[in-house]
Design a protein around this ligand. Structure first.
Ligand SMILES: CC(C)(COP(=O)(O)OP(=O)(O)OC[C@H]1O[C@@H](n2cnc3c(N)ncnc32)[C@H](O)[C@@H]1OP(=O)(O)O)[C@@H](O)C(=O)NCCC(=O)NCCS
Length: 135
């Protein structure tokens, strides 16, 4: 798999993965607003998008998703490793839904530690778990 920076030509494939990955998917405008960011990465195999990861310069992981047909093959880990490498920060942070056990296990495996629960964080009233990892 090749990891490249996001380009507009990847948007439709990303939206497809997004819609199959989340109950409340991001609107395409969120992805469009990260156009040109060196911290919006896509994993590609023959120009097919297998997953994406995006973050901010301040070390926040904004989102990550891998095509449901290609999970548990190390793609998510590879995308996160590349993102970490490109972020020039000492600490990376993220929030995850408390119901998203798979993502929680994934982040734990990557070395993130749960720091605090944030009640009523999401629009449906669900709690978030704030996690962080020091480089
Ligand atoms: C979370 C996600 C990005 C992981 O991507 P992935 O490519 O499947 O992850 P990897 O194959 O790199 O997993 C690395 C390790 O993380 C852990 N892990 C990953 N997914 C897991 C799951 N569903 N349950 C338990 N552990 C998991 C495992 O230890 C795994 O290693 P192993 O397969 O050798 O056991 C993917 O499941 C996904 O897109 N989920 C839906 C979107 C989402 O919830 N994103 C996070 C939003 S906060």
């Amino acid at each position: 798999m090749e990891i490249k920076e996001y380009k507009t030509k990847h948007l439709e494939q990303i939206m497809d993965i997004e819609n199959r990955s989340f109950k409340c998917p991001y609107d395409r405008r969120i992805f469009q607003s990260y156009t040109g960011s060196p911290l919006f990465l896509v994993g590609l195999e023959n120009e097919i998008v297998l997953g994406y990861a995006m973050g901010t310069r301040s070390g926040v992981i904004v989102s990550i998703a891998v095509d449901p047909n290609h999970r548990r093959k190390g793609i998510g880990e590879e995308l996160m490793d590349k993102l970490f490498e490109k972020m020039k920060v000492q600490r990376m942070t993220l929030t995850v839904r408390t119901s998203n056990k798979g993502a929680y296990q994934f982040y734990k495996k990557l070395g993130f530690k749960p720091r605090k629960k944030i009640p009523d964080y999401y629009e449906n009233g669900e709690d978030a778990l704030f996690m962080s990892k020091d480089k």
